[in-house]
Ligand binder design. Structure first.
Ligand SMILES: [Zn+2]
Length: 445
């Protein structure tokens, strides 16, 4: 038998030893890698060289880890502006893979990997799986999209390097996902949390209960999700729902992951050096203070990314973790500054609305936030699906539920929004990243 029931095994894997390095060893390794990657970026990437020259900083000015603050930032538009290959630091004969983001506006961004980069990526994915309690005995159903998106192949190579059994099912075809999950004795699912919520719901409609499957761990990422969503998933399925973090600009999935403590994400900081900055001033924030996460790739050869501004809002946790890992943690990322919208002067993140909805019984985690403008005033309508039981209930109890949701959102955001309860299955399901906000404020006005 490949699996051993629901209990997650915390088997030791040699690759995870790097998570437990003594801090002084880790910092010495980081500094040595930082010096070398800054030299490489300066020598090979014109944009970085021009910016460093403009700031009057040279590679040999980096004498300590704190000197990183002298270096210029890199932002997402830099990758667009140098499209497709302007940030590459390796010749094409050393590049073995290209991935690309779906550009919603304009050109996509292109990222590249040398063979060494692919090996680093696989190794951090192995460490991610191990931290989630996944080992060589597991059967991993990989429902992240395969293709240009980094999720599918990133998790795939890591699963194989771990020695687990991987099923490269990709996203979509939910009924087949459920059949495979049951018939193949799948113990680990990788997908976006919103897609897994859809699988839970579809399984129930097919008369299946995921609690009775051997499934024990979900490795969920690629979109911000709330602690309330984690509780929902764990209660509905009796699995451990683990948060994994990554972005293509840095490497893909496997930049950081939760351990069994489920209390922040460990960053694989021997490869990805984290800093937190004040979004407005660019100044560094002390540990424990919330700000924008900035990452520097310490070992990536094809595209060394110096101080990349992720737009993700979090903080570095100063306390050591109960698991004993010495690599530091960041707080769960439930907010991206890109997702934020401003309503009547208040900053609003979809995850805050999600947390409010999930606190109210009778709703399911399918929702859509529609922003419109009427007579110059912003209007937010939150469409929320309710359970079939509730939906067939009396008008009075639906109104009561609606009132409770309005109140729950108001408690969190401090503003009132319109809430519309909609029938089960009204809101479109995503096989990948869920679309939570439709902004119609500038349409036809
Ligand atoms: Zn830990």
């Amino acid at each position: 038998m490949k699996h051993s029931g629901k209990k997650a095994r915390a088997a030791f894997h040699p690759a995870a030893a790097l998570d437990f390095l003594p801090v002084d060893h880790l910092q010495a390794l980081q500094l040595q890698r930082l010096q070398s990657i800054v030299q490489r970026a300066y020598d090979c990437v014109r944009l970085t060289r021009v910016r460093m020259d403009a700031k009057g900083v040279r590679p040999d000015d980096i004498k300590s880890l704190d000197d990183i603050a002298q270096l210029p930032f890199t932002v997402k538009t830099d990758l667009r502006d140098t499209y497709p290959f302007g940030m590459f630091a390796a010749p094409m004969e050393e590049v073995v893979r290209l991935h690309s983001s779906s550009g919603t506006t304009g050109k996509p961004i292109v990222v590249a990997y040398t063979q060494d980069d692919i090996e680093v990526w696989s190794s951090v994915m192995v460490r991610s799986f191990v931290a989630c309690g996944v080992g060589p005995h597991d059967i991993i159903q990989n429902a992240y999209g395969y293709g240009l998106f980094t999720g599918g192949l990133g998790a795939h190579y890591g699963a194989e390097a771990l020695g687990a059994t991987v099923i490269p099912i990709s996203g979509g075809n939910t009924e087949r996902q459920i059949m495979v999950m049951k018939d193949f004795g799948v113990t680990v699912i990788c997908s976006t949390p919103s897609y897994f919520v859809h699988m839970i719901e579809r399984a129930r409609e097919l008369g299946e209960d995921i609690r009775r499957f051997p499934l024990k761990v979900g490795v969920f990422g690629a979109e911000p999700w709330s602690e309330a969503m984690r509780r929902h998933i764990q209660e509905e399925t009796d699995i451990k729902a683990q948060d994994i973090y990554g972005l293509s600009e840095i490497i893909g999935p496997g930049v950081g992951v939760e351990c069994e403590c489920q209390n922040g994400l460990h960053i694989f900081e021997d490869h990805f050096y984290p800093e937190i900055i004040n979004t407005d001033t660019g100044e560094r924030c002390p540990d424990g203070t919330e700000g924008e996460l900035v990452l520097t790739t310490l070992s990536k050869k094809a595209i060394p990314m110096i101080r990349y501004r992720t737009r993700d809002i979090t903080a570095i946790e100063p306390q050591p973790c109960g698991c004993g890992r010495t690599i530091r943690r960041i707080h769960r990322i439930s907010r991206r500054s890109d997702d934020m919208f401003i309503i009547r002067g208040v900053n609003v993140f979809p995850s805050q609305i999600e947390a409010a909805l999930l606190a109210v019984e009778g709703t399911v985690p399918h929702y859509l936030i529609v922003l419109t403008r009427e007579k110059g005033l912003d209007r937010v309508e939150v469409q929320v699906e309710v359970t079939p039981d509730i939906f067939s209930d009396t008008v009075g109890s639906l109104e009561n539920l609606q009132g409770r949701i309005v109140k729950a959102v108001e408690n969190i955001l401090g503003i009132r929004v319109d809430v519309r309860l909609v029938a089960p299955h009204t809101i479109e399901r995503s096989m990948g990243k869920a679309k939570r906000v439709i902004d119609q404020r500038n349409v036809g006005s």
